[in-house]
Design a protein around this ligand. Structure first.
Ligand SMILES: [Zn+2]
Length: 160
């Protein structure tokens, strides 16, 4: 199978690259910052290599990819029980946290609504994150998931 499209998650690097030295202000250790920077280096390298082979690389905003329930769309830090395990505090959906994040990333590309609202297209036809605030991204996700949230209403929510 020839991979036409590769989605890469732009982890937290947007935030840190170019702002080197802010680690103390943000309360993260230098070791963690270094790890994040290495991760971005890996991504740059991966992007460069796959593009040499004619594979288009799209980048999606990283916000909420690890906190969003793929079943009901509930966004909460509480959904992430541990680094490895995801369990939705609203509907109970459970899974491997990396797999859940991957599903969320994939959806941002495959859903016409999320693809068009969360991204811009550069001159090479690649998706790049649209310049949106984190609350704006959350509002787009909440709007997108509203039908699923209604479908998965709990008894207490019906009563409201
Ligand atoms: Zn859920």
């Amino acid at each position: 199978m020839y991979l036409k499209t590769l989605l890469i998650l732009l982890w937290k690097t947007y935030f840190f690259v170019g702002k080197f030295g802010i680690s103390k202000e943000f309360g993260i250790s230098n070791a963690r910052l270094a790890k994040l920077l290495r991760l971005s280096k890996v991504k740059d390298l991966l992007k460069e290599q796959v593009e040499k082979h004619g594979i288009r690389v799209h980048i999606t905003p990283s916000q909420y990819t690890s906190q969003t329930c793929p079943k009901c769309g509930n966004i909460s830090r509480g959904n992430r029980m541990t680094q490895k395990h995801f369990k939705c505090i609203r509907c109970g959906y459970e899974g491997n946290a990396d797999y859940v994040a991957a599903q969320n990333i994939e959806l941002r590309y495959t859903s016409d609504v999320l693809r068009s609202k969360l991204h811009d297209t550069d001159k090479y036809g690649r998706l790049v994150p649209r310049d949106l605030s984190t609350p704006a991204i959350r509002a787009i996700l909440n709007e997108y998931y509203r039908p699923q949230r209604i479908e998965t209403l709990s008894y207490e929510e019906y009563a409201d």
